[in-house]
Design a binder for this molecule. Sequence first.
Ligand code: ATP
Ligand code: MG
Length: 356
Amino acid sequence: MKKRVAVLAGDGIGKEVTNAATAVLDAIGRRFHHEFEWVHGVLGGAALDQAGHPIPEETIRKCEESDAILLGAIGGPKWDHYPKELRPEKGLLQLRKHFELSVNLRPVQAYKTLLASSPLKEEVAEGVDLVFVRELTGGLYFGEPSYHTDEEAVDTLVYKREEIERVVRFAFEMAQQRRKKVSSVDKANVLESSRLWRKIVEEIAAEYPDVEYEHMLVDSTAMKLITSPASFDVIVTENMFGDILSDEASVICGSLGMLPSASLRADGFGLYEPVHGSAPDIAGQNKANPLGAILSGAMMLRTAFGMTQEADAIEEAVKKVLEDGFSTGEFKSLGGKVLTTTEMTEKVINEIESEL
Ligand code: ATP
Ligand code: MG
């Protein structure tokens, strides 16, 4: 099956980690007889340098003509002096908006050999395998009116039934493929929007009798993510709560560099990117952990192309390499075998090819 993917490497380590991801996906293509066509485009600081705009028309067109988007990372101190509308981050926000990417997926897994680098006790972090399903285009970040004067500041939290239904249904569908548990997070003791959220969760839950669900308040969820993160399977929540809680949970596995993500449109089209930023402090040094980007590639195979076996093959290869004691520089203190970006990528590819 031939698939066309827009690759927006972006800035800093973005280029290094997307190179890693496409190399691994090419190995998958060889093993499973798929062809991937990489269409490279610029976004963020790279786009500002090249075209004077953080998201040139041509980049949008390339994405529109592709089956999925693979992104590296954007931004860095080099572009800090640009006006707000021309900041690299604006390019990503516009991309999300243009493609109506309303559901954000962020899995968090604790890998056995990396447990000692988690700020949580090893026995608490052990076995964590959860995924956030976050509403991405509604709620407090987009509600109108939104303004401030010297005397008053206003933000508006609005949710429409349709927006809630979309993300909640996605969470229940996902739970069916996993451990069949949904934790819906809100603040229904205070917020009207949360009361509607709860009502809709109950309506949709009735359609998925095989999935267990619970309502949780955001404050107690913040605690439970630290005290018993392994108890979660799928966590579904609105935009701001998801923003905060997913960053909280991202520290569990010990490095930002390990974490993949996906942002999806209602029809399933999506953008896949590692959770980390452009990490200017280590850019260009062949030190970055490519696994977050590589695992984002696996998410793309599973979610965008329905290539389950292929996605499993990547995830298993990553696990195997970690279990063999290899990791990248940020895990140096664990005393394992430290690899460069390209060495780590080669290891994962060798694992995939060893199954040929
Ligand atoms: P942004 O504002 O772009 O989201 P950020 O402040 O979240 O950026 P990152 O760029 O993600 O920051 O980097 C935070 C820290 O984590 C840096 O010290 C960086 O070196 C480290 N880091 C981020 N990604 C990786 C990676 N893939 N491999 C190794 N270290 C990483
Ligand atoms: Mg960040």
